[in-house]
Unconditional design. Structure first.
Length: 417
């Protein structure tokens, strides 16, 4: 398994790498290829609980070849990742000659528009979960500030250049199975020549966390409270949430809106709240530790997640595990996670329509405690059945067995989507 990002007790990409390796190791012997930077956290976790069926292989480029890479400033990360992937092929090839792998699997980074050179090994290759095929609908882009507009232009350019990269196309063509995190990325993988593609969210929670979040009951007192959680970026759509809240609050004044997270959009969002006349009902909590985020989540009634492109959406699954209905846009990863039984998915046709429909969904949930209670039960059941790591491991093992047994042509009906 090629897992560039791989760290225990982390969310997002590092958590994906760690958990997919651990789940594969429940059934198979695994050689996990990851960055030397991840060694400390991994060995600390292994000191508490060994995973004997995983052989960890750590490497990074030499210091002289990465002095220009700045993690905190996110400078040079993609170039470094590309070079790391090239070197990963030679490390994996040497291992293959010694071990003799039955299958090779790329799990992180979760990015479809950059290649995975381990696909060149002469064994079946699984690519994914990969995302990144999502883009903010063009009709929303005029609402972004200059920074946001430039970001979207550069992201679109990176996607197009990536799809022209012959090694990206070769990665798609070599894959016996592509695992896309969203329907939008599924289309991109097929266009790259992937023979078989399935859509499967990379998001899941450990069983103990699902049980802990599931122990919280619905709130019975206090004002109706909405919450949004995430980095305050233009693409997260928090301004849409604020504008919808202002409309909703004009008809339902006994309510609050909490925004947890920080980022370059914070000052602008605070000014938007002032201009809308709702600043006293909106609390910006900034960055707080994850355990505090989850504690504040259960102090709220509903999660509002108006992200315009998001291949993951971990917070939606966390909210559902806590029995909190989710209001999201019908885009990307959240659109796969949330159903009409567990929340509301709002079509993203235009900014005005989206704000109107978000506000209507807020009001519907605020006025109907019985509906929230029914959704809470459905939320918890959906997370237990679809978004726990043990189920992911079972799906993964079934895929591996079928790929090897059917001579590299998996039957996707075995695991569903």
């Amino acid at each position: 398994m090629s897992a560039y990002a791989c760290e225990p007790e982390r969310g997002s990409e590092p958590g994906v790498g760690w958990n997919w390796v651990c789940q594969a190791a429940r059934f198979h012997e695994v050689w996990a290829l990851t960055r030397a930077k991840n060694r400390g956290p991994i060995e600390s976790a292994l000191a508490r609980q060994r995973i004997p069926s995983v052989h960890w292989v750590y490497f990074d480029l030499p210091r002289w070849a990465r002095f220009w890479k700045k993690e905190k400033k996110r400078r040079g990360i993609h170039l470094y990742y590309y070079l790391w992937q090239i070197c990963a092929y030679f490390v994996a090839r040497k291992l293959h000659r010694r071990v003799g792998f039955d299958l090779v699997h790329h799990v992180t980074l979760v990015n479809y528009w950059m290649p995975s050179f381990v696909a060149l090994l002469s064994v079946p290759f699984v690519w994914g979960p990969v995302g990144g095929g999502e883009s903010a609908p063009h009709v929303f882009r005029h609402c972004f500030n200059l920074r946001g507009k430039l970001y979207e232009v550069m992201r679109d350019l990176a996607q197009r250049l990536g799809q022209l990269d012959p090694f990206v196309r070769l990665t798609g063509q070599r894959a016996v199975l592509g695992i896309a995190t969203t329907a939008e990325t599924e289309v991109r993988l097929r266009s790259l020549g992937a023979r078989k593609v399935m859509v499967l969210s990379q998001v899941a929670l450990p069983g103990e966390e699902i049980a802990w979040l599931g122990s919280f009951t619905s709130r019975q007192s206090g004002p109706f409270r909405l919450v949004s959680i995430g980095t305050l970026l233009h693409l997260k759509g928090f301004e849409l949430g604020l504008r919808a809240f202002a409309r909703f609050r004009s008809r339902f004044p006994a309510t609050e809106y909490w925004i947890i997270g920080d980022g370059p959009e914070r000052k602008r969002l605070e000014k938007v709240a002032e201009a809308l006349g709702v600043a006293r009902s909106v609390t910006f909590w900034g960055n707080i530790p994850r355990w505090q985020v989850l504690e504040k989540l259960v102090e709220c009634d509903t999660l509002v997640h108006p992200s315009l492109h998001d291949s993951g959406g971990w917070v939606c699954v966390e909210a559902m595990a806590a029995g909190r209905p989710v209001i999201c846009l019908d885009l990307g990863g959240p659109a796969l996670q949330v159903t009409q039984e567990t929340g509301a998915k709002i079509p993203a046709i235009s900014p005005e329509q989206t704000v109107h429909d978000l506000a209507a969904a807020m009001e519907r949930l605020a006025r109907d405690p019985g509906l929230r209670a029914r959704m809470a039960r459905a939320c918890r059941e959906r997370v237990r059945e679809q978004f726990n790591w043990e189920r992911k491991g079972n799906q993964l093992s079934a895929l591996y067995d079928e790929i090897v047994r059917s001579h590299f042509q998996p039957d996707l009906r075995l695991v569903g989507t």
